[in-house]
Ligand binder design. Sequence first.
Ligand SMILES: [Zn+2]
Length: 324
Amino acid sequence: MPSCPQGRRQLRPPDVGTGKIPLPVVDGPYLAIDIGGTKMAAGIVDNAGAFLVRDRVATPTRDVWPALARLVKRVVAASPSLPVSCGVGCGGPMSPIDATVSPLHIPTWRAFPLRAEIEQLTGLATAIDNDAKALALGEAWCGAAVGVHDLIGVVVGTGVGGGIISRGRLLQGRLGNAGHIGHMVVEPDGRPCLCGGFGCLEAYCSGPAIEEETGRPPQRAPLAIMERTGTLVGRALASVGAVVDLKLAVVGGSVALGFGEAFFTSAQRELDSRAKLGYMVGFSVVPAALGQFAPLVGAAALARFAQTPVAVVAPAPPESPTDE
Ligand SMILES: [Zn+2]
C-alpha cells in the first residue's frame, strides 16, 4: 500500500487569480477512478495516499459505462468511510468545457459526458483530467517526486502521455493538453501515428505499436525493442526538459514498468547524451514509485488538489533557488 512518507513536504496547491490565494487542499477520503484502454480501476484513498479499498475490471469493448458504474458502486459500498470527493484519470482527448471524454482507446466513448455521469452516480464533486497528468500529481504528492517542484510524469502503456508540474503547478495549456509527450516527433521521417501525424513517440512506444511491430505482446518484446523504447522516451525527455527546465521524469505505465531496467537504463543514457545544458545536468528518469497504482493514486490527487483542465492558474511568482 503506497502512502505519503510522514513529515515530507506535500505538493503545494496552485495559486488562483492574483497568484496569492492558494486553492485549499480538499480533505479526503477520495473516490479515485482510473479509466484505461485495457482496464478500469477504482479505489478509496485516504489523506495519506493509502488505499482503503481497491478493485478493477477489464475494460469491455462495449457497454463501458455500465461496467464502470458497477465497479464504482461496489468500491463505495465496501469503503469503511464515505468519500468526500472524486477524481478521475482518463485517456485523452477530452474537452475541458463540458468535461466530456473521447479516449482514443475506448472507441465507443466519443464526447462521453463522464463527469456528469459520475456526479449523478455518486453525488460527489468530481475532477476529471488526463491520466498522465494525474500520475504526475500523484507522484508529486506521495511517490517518487515528493518535494520536487519541476517534473514530468509520463505513462508508457496502451498509449503514451505526460503531465508537467512546473514550480509546483500542474501545467494545463490552452485546452488542458500540456505535457502530452506521446506526440512529440522522435523520428523525423517516422511511421504514421494514430493522431494523423508521423514519427510520434507513441507510434513506437505504445503497447499496441510494439505488438504490431514485433507480432507479440509487449511482455514478450525482445531486448532490443525494450532498449529502443527507453532510448526514444529519453530522446523526447531531453527536448521537454530543455524547454520546460525540469529536474526529474517519473515514468509509469505497463510497458515502461514491464521493461524495467532495460528501459530505464536506455532512457537515462539517451538523456545524458543529449541533455548537455548546464541547467539540465542531473536531469534523471526514474520509475513511478507508486508502480501500477500510480494512475489511481493520481486520480485521488486530482480530487485532493481539485485541479481540472479549466482551473485558472496564475503564473508562478518568482522563487529563489533555495526553494527546494
Ligand atoms: Zn501522434
